[in-house]
Design a protein around this ligand. Structure first.
Ligand code: GAP
Length: 469
């Protein structure tokens, strides 16, 4: 697939120009908080608040639905975060999972070389060139101080298993979920009775001691991945790669991301990770530039081949149709759950003028919206209205996330729900007590419709179903 898009990427405006708009909305409305904030925070770890956890769970659910539930050829797995340390030696992470860093000689801050102004486009070998700092005249971006020559910094977190902190007890926090899938390849194939081509999908935490984390939840030290490894015949890998790439792009578009803000970028040969034969990043136009959202990789037979060799266990696949034994090749789709949730949040952000006021709304896909519906009283002083609201809300809650709010006048209540992306509001007024009907309001069009109380749940379930891919 050629790199897209056909339009000049620089012409495409991000959904918000200032990241601060999203950071402050997230804090104010309870999507994301800095971790351990009362102790001053901890760098590059973020906590999801009541709305954030709903959004991120919905993103993970949507991914699982597309990648596992709707497919006959992909099954799930939930492997441990801690694994035998030998896994990371075999996978190449102990030797190669590192970034080149330089250190400022005056303030001792450390930077990834490729993030220094003037070094962004260097190849991996140029980034490790001992003379690169002098040749390009690179200096500390904070205080202008001199920088050391580059050296490799391994990104894996280490800890100790058991009561003694000694080298023999060293274990790593996994830097990717993929290895849990490879070491379970045989278990899953045998128990799920899958024939090639088939996939194994997993969602889980990963940890990387990033040198320069930042841009809010974009690059964190603790994050979640949604990875799928598709096992294929060697000669089918290139073709499967070309099928998975557009499928994954389409997933983001289906859940609402504006297609012009997505593009693909193929890794240059000198940029490829140690395991990859081919790699293409799906990139999104973040407020801070085009950045990776997900990677699609042709990993060849690197992973199963290496694990077979190091463990001495047979990880070959026997194809009864051709009578052949072979190591399957792997096409991997590797997404970040946090990065995906962040992308959906940014991309959904809307500001518009309504009757002289700025209306902020999140046009989130209904499947992703934290609350599907808010039930609101027009008059909170009338107990019968409040009681009917609660009755409707409690009934809705059996099938979806629903909230009741009476802490402001109706106009303000609508704006609050718009700002957190609630697709529907149900309003109960004095007339509802007479005619048994309520108002159903749509977030994006702000249109209102009168429907009978008994029809509320069906109306919303039908709309949710119609929106579901
Ligand atoms: N198994 C292959 C692999 O891990 P990767 O490109 O290193 O590939 C895949 O990571 C995805 O994981 C990225 O596209 C991104 O969405 C997410 N990711 C990686 N590092 C991250 C970090 N420090 N913070 C948040 N998400 C991250």
């Amino acid at each position: 697939m050629p790199d897209s898009p056909s339009v000049d990427p620089q012409d495409i405006a991000p959904a918000v120009t200032n990241l601060e708009t999203i950071v402050s909305l997230s804090k104010r409305r309870g999507f994301v908080f800095p971790s351990s904030e009362i102790y001053g925070g901890i760098n590059a770890v973020w906590d999801y608040g009541p709305l954030g956890v709903e959004l991120k769970n919905n993103v993970k659910r949507a991914w699982w639905r597309t990648m596992v539930q709707l497919r006959d050829d992909i099954v799930g797995l939930d492997a441990g975060i801690l694994m035998a340390p030998q896994v990371w030696v075999t996978s190449g992470h102990v030797a190669s999972f590192s970034d080149p860093l330089v250190e400022c000689q005056t303030d001792h801050r450390r930077f990834r070389v490729d993030e220094l102004p003037g070094a962004e486009d260097l190849s991996p070998s140029e980034l490790m060139d001992p003379g690169v700092v002098q040749r390009l005249g690179l200096t500390c971006p904070v205080d202008g101080g001199p920088l050391s020559a580059p050296r490799r910094f391994n990104l894996m977190f280490k800890t100790y298993m058991g009561p003694v902190e000694e080298d023999a007890a060293l274990v790593y926090l996994r830097p990717e979920t993929a290895q849990g899938i490879y070491v379970n390849f045989r278990n899953v194939r045998e128990t799920a009775r899958k024939k090639i081509p088939f996939g194994i999908a997993q969602i889980g935490k990963a940890f990387r001691n990033e040198i320069s984390p930042g841009n809010f939840v974009f690059r964190m030290r603790e994050f979640e991945q949604m990875e799928m490894q598709y096992f294929v015949r060697p000669e089918a890998a290139a073709g499967q790669f070309e099928e998975w790439l557009p499928r994954r792009l389409e997933w983001y578009e289906t859940y609402g991301v504006i297609p012009a803000r997505l593009r693909t970028r193929e890794h240059r040969p000198d940029e490829l990770a140690h395991y990859a034969k081919k790699a293409v990043d799906l990139e999104y136009r973040f407020p801070f530039g085009w950045k990776e959202l997900e990677g699609v990789h042709n990993r060849g037979d690197w992973d199963l081949g290496r694990h077979q060799e190091a463990s001495g266990e047979n990880l070959e696949y026997f194809d009864p149709a051709t009578n052949e034994h072979f190591i399957p090749w792997i096409v991997e789709t590797s997404a970040g759950a946090d990065r995906a949730a962040f992308t959906f949040l940014i991309d959904a952000y809307r500001e518009e003028e309504v009757r002289g006021e700025t209306r902020v709304s999140l046009a989130l896909h209904p499947e992703l919206a934290p609350y599907k519906v808010a039930v609101l009283p027009l008059l909170k002083k009338r107990p019968e209205i409040v009681e009917l609201c609660h009755r409707i809300k409690d009934d809705l809650k059996r099938d979806m996330t629903a909230v009741y709010d009476d802490t402001a006048a109706i106009g303000k209540l609508y704006r609050r729900q718009d700002e957190i992306g609630t697709p529907w509001c149900v309003t109960v007024d004095v007339e509802s007590l007479e005619d048994g009907a309520v108002t159903l309001r749509e977030r994006d069009t702000m249109t209102q419709e009168r429907i009978p109380v008994e029809g509320v749940k069906r109306a919303i379930l039908d709309r949710l179903d119609a929106a579901r891919p």
